[in-house]
Design a protein around this ligand. Structure first.
Ligand code: TMP
Ligand code: ASP
Length: 239
């Protein structure tokens, strides 16, 4: 039996130990949460769908030499990943003004930024993941400056790969959140899911939102949008 004891349960995933000390089993849940879990929902099959979407994205990242934790996808909603020690930062990359940045700066959503923006938030649910400056991160000992530069470079590269992959299937990558960790070799690698739960994707022609904002903002067709993202990705990555 590959799956052993439960190590951690988050809002959208469970992480289990496996027989191999260097590998973990990541199980995607059917639940959907927003606003630090103040709003809760779910749909049947959402975990499996996000697992399939994440898989196609990891395959594309591999082809583009981006280092990540994904090893292989098992059946259903489970994947095997490298064990890492997570750097306690949520790394957000933005191409277009939306969400909390639009609110903070009093702008309408949809304005393209002059250049992609990488931001760091401290990973702490009790504090609702506050924005932190580079100096605050260094002073708190969460990462040194060289690591932050590395994270910015990697996040920027991931953004370029994902942006062009989504453009090919008629989707605009507005922004996304990811996380990084250190593996046994002390390499810093992408160590998170990449799915419509943690990114904003708009249809290139109609600007229709195709991601978790449909749930956050009660726009309906949440499941249908996730399905469509998967179907477009499946077609796009076959070419
Ligand atoms: P924001 O505009 O709300 O700061 O979100 C930026 C991006 O990060 C967006 O694609 C949604 C994603 N995100 C998460 O994945 N988890 C979170 O807890 C938050 C706040 C945002
Ligand atoms: N991921 C966070 C939550 O589940 C916030 C969000 O995505 O809106 O509550």
């Amino acid at each position: 039996m590959l799956k052993k004891e439960l190590l951690y349960e988050g809002k959208a995933k469970k992480i289990f130990k496996t027989e191999n000390d260097l590998e973990l089993l990541m199980e995607y849940k059917d639940s959907l949460t927003a606003f630090n879990a103040l709003k809760k929902g779910e749909f049947a099959g959402k975990g499996a769908l996000n697992c399939k979407i994440s898989t196609l994205i990891f395959e594309t990242l591999s082809k583009n030499q981006v280092k990540h934790h994904w090893l292989k996808t098992l059946e259903g909603n489970q994947m095997l990943v490298q064990k890492t020690t997570i750097i306690p930062l949520e790394v957000v990359v933005r191409n277009v003004i939306a969400g909390s940045l639009a609110k903070k700066l009093g702008r309408k959503e949809g304005e393209t930024l002059v250049q992609p923006l990488v931001e760091f938030y401290y990973k702490d649910d009790a504090l609702a993941d506050p924005f932190v400056s580079d100096d605050q991160i260094v002073a708190m000992g969460w990462a040194d400056l060289a690591t932050l530069e590395h994270l910015k470079k990697e996040a920027g590269k991931i953004n370029q790969v994902l942006k062009s992959m989504f453009e090919k299937i008629g989707l605009k990558l507005v922004d996304f959140k990811t996380e990084f960790g250190r593996n046994a070799k002390q390499e810093i690698i992408l160590a998170d899911e990449i799915s419509p739960d943690c990114m904003r994707l708009w249809d290139l022609e109609t600007n229709k939102k195709m991601d978790k904002d449909r749930f956050r903002q009660d726009l309906g067709e949440v499941e249908e949008s996730y399905q469509e993202v998967y179907q477009r990705l499946q077609k796009g990555t076959q070419i």
